[in-house]
Design a protein around this ligand. Structure first.
Ligand code: SF4
Ligand code: SF4
Length: 56
């Protein structure tokens, strides 16, 4: 399953810089993951300061 980012996101951008498939982009008030591009590597969750990315 793909990862998704919950409302705890503070839009720091750290996850987008780590994503190997560039699946993460800045959205309205938080960052968002393109589920079709996500390969569920977990890198985003590993760098997020507020634990916002989670596997669905
Ligand atoms: Fe990108 Fe991996 Fe996070 Fe999916 S789990 S959005 S591929 S960093
Ligand atoms: Fe949001 Fe966490 Fe990504 Fe920062 S690392 S943009 S807080 S999901």
């Amino acid at each position: 399953m793909a990862y998704s980012i919950n409302d705890d996101c503070i839009s720091c951008g750290a996850c987008a810089a780590e994503c190997p498939t560039s699946a993460i982009s800045e959205g309205d008030g938080k960052y968002v993951i393109d589920a079709d591009a996500c390969v569920s590597c977990g890198a985003c969750a590993g760098v997020c300061p507020v634990d916002a990315p989670n596997e669905d």
